[in-house]
Design a protein around this ligand. Structure first.
Ligand code: MLT
Length: 311
């Protein structure tokens, strides 16, 4: 008897290249994770995974694109903590984070670094903090839009130090980094997957990392906690999703490729170089679903308390 269409399609999956949507500009931290993971997953999936950057509105435009895509397994979403913060920040989201997606698994967790243009008049975190507090009216902090990781870190930073700051939104922190290097904007909180190279090349000033422990690949950078902002901890986890209703055999194949991709030495070495932690034991729908739920509750409460909305 002929197989049910879904089952037949699932059995031949993937019979053509798969698209992985990255909701931020090319070259940024989310893109770096996606392109490296896509290459490693290809080896198991047996098809090219094409990374497509759909930027804007802090990652919610690209996320919405996947929510509305065919649930045939040929459109995937690589997104981070913004998946959990957007529902609190955007009162009119064009997708339902809790019901429009099929989680595949967690991928990596990335620490953030507070960095500034290379002529910023501060040579350690204490001087940076003092200067920002004294000159906040004439300083600008970059981020990748409301809902981005850089926005979230900036929000926690300004509310922790009790200082308002002008923020400049970009379509990703790759373009933001260009303006830091060009001294068009003063500083930003960005992921080590984007800042490690610039820090090691002394192209920017770096003051602290936002992880609980120091980052092995940036051993001289103190943590925010060590620097006096007790308990300041922001880790940017990234997940992989498919649209809701993607057939289970297809999700299973994508998950198998994800697990193999995370175990690929090429991927692991690249992530270690860039300060990212591979979450190999959490590459499952249940682990991602559980983490999204707890993160959505945690950040939702913090964001509501801060009274911040994007719309
Ligand atoms: C962010 O949320 O800040 C993004 O990760 C920036 C990016 O990937 O370009």
């Amino acid at each position: 008897a002929a197989l049910a269409p879904g089952l037949a399609m699932a059995q031949n999956y993937p019979s053509k290249p798969v698209t992985m949507i990255v909701p931020f500009a090319a070259g940024g931290p989310t893109d770096v994770v996606a392109r490296s993971l896509a290459e490693s997953m290809r080896k198991t999936l047996g098809q090219t995974i094409v990374v497509e950057n759909v930027a804007g509105a802090g990652g919610t435009i690209g996320t919405a694109r996947v929510a509305k895509a065919q649930n045939d397994g040929y459109t995937l979403l690589l997104m981070h903590i913004g998946f959990s913060t957007a529902p609190a920040l955007y009162r009119k989201l064009s997708y339902d984070a809790a019901n429009d997606f099929a989680p595949v698994g967690l991928t990596v967790d990335v620490p953030m670094t507070m960095i500034a243009r290379d002529n910023f008049p501060a040579n350690n975190f204490a001087e940076f903090l003092a200067y920002v507090k004294a000159n906040n009216a004439k300083l600008s902090m970059a981020n990748a839009g409301i809902g981005s990781a850089s926005h979230l870190c900036g929000l926690i930073f300004t509310s922790t130090i009790g200082t308002e700051l002008q923020t400049i939104p970009y379509k990703g922190t790759a373009p933001a980094m260009n303006d830091i290097l060009g001294k068009q904007v003063d500083f930003m909180c960005d992921q080590t997957t984007n800042t490690t190279g610039q820090i090691k090349a002394n192209k920017v000033k770096a003051y602290a990392v936002t992880s609980k422990a120091r980052v092995p690949s940036l051993p001289d950078l103190p943590t925010m906690d060590e620097s006096g902002l007790k308990g300041f901890e922001v880790g940017i986890w990234h997940g992989l999703w498919a649209p809701k209703g993607t057939p289970q055999p297809v999700v299973d194949k994508v998950q198998a490729a994800l697990k193999a991709g995370l175990a690929d030495p090429a991927f692991k070495n690249r992530m270690t170089e860039l300060g990212a932690i591979v979450l190999a034991d959490q590459a499952s729908p249940a682990a991602l679903d559980k983490h999204v739920k707890s993160e959505t509750a945690k950040w939702g409460a913090i964001i509501k308390k801060a009274g911040v909305y994007a719309d």
